[in-house]
Design a protein around this ligand. Sequence first.
Ligand code: SF4
Length: 234
Amino acid sequence: MALLMLENNIPIHSVVAFDTGWEFPAMYDHWRLFEQKTGLKIQVLKPEKPYTYWMLERPVMPRGGPKENKQVHRIGYGWPSLRLRWCTRWKCSGIDKYQKQVGNAVSCEGIAWDEQHRAKSDDAKRYPLVEYRITEKQALKICRNYGFEWDGLYDVFDRVSCYCCPLKRIGDYRLLRRYYPEQWNQMLEWDAAMNPNRGFKGYKTVHDLDRRFACEDRQTKLFNHKPINRKEAI
Ligand code: SF4
C-alpha cells in the first residue's frame, strides 16, 4: 500500500507499524529494508506493556459486582480468542492515539480489493488498495517486484500476522510447527505457563494441537512408507 501511495504521489505523513512482539523475525528485517529502499522512517508503536504480560501475568478481576468485593479471579487474559481479542484492542488504541497526536490525519489501511468487506466507512480512513482495485495477490506481486521477499514467509503462508495469532487456520499452525519450530516452541512454552489455560482455538491447549500434529506426522510416515515386499518380510 505504501509503495502504491508513493507511486501515485499520495502524501504520507508517517508509516506506522505496531510491534506486538509476536512478529516473525523476518518482519523486523522487512521493516528495515522498507526504510532503506523508500527512505521513509517507520514509526514503530509498542503496547504499554509486553503482550506476554497481558497474556500471562495481568491480574484479572471479575466483571460487575461491587468494587470492594472484587478479587483477582485469574492471572493473565490467556490466549486471545474471537470473543476476547485483547491484542487487537491494544493495537487499535495505540494506532488511534498516534493518529490523534498528528491531528486531522487520515489513516490508510492496506485492505485489498478482494477483501473490501473489511473496510469501514469512516471519514478518517482510506483504503488505497481498494481505491486502486489491487487484490492481495497483486499487492504481493508489487512488493516482490520491488525486491521484498520476507525471507520466504509468503512462500509458506498465504497471509502473515503475529505468529501465534489464534485467528489463523489450523493449517497455518501445522506449517508454523514444521518450518518455524523456534516460534512454535515459544508458543508451547507460553502455553505451559498459563494457569489456568483458557484454551487455544477450540483446543484445550497448544500442547493438544501439538499432539494432533505429531500424530498426523506419524500417520503420514506410516502411509508413505514403501510397502514391504512379502518375501522380504518373511
Ligand atoms: S494478528 Fe492476531 S494475535 Fe496479532 S494482534 Fe491481530 S488478532 Fe491479535
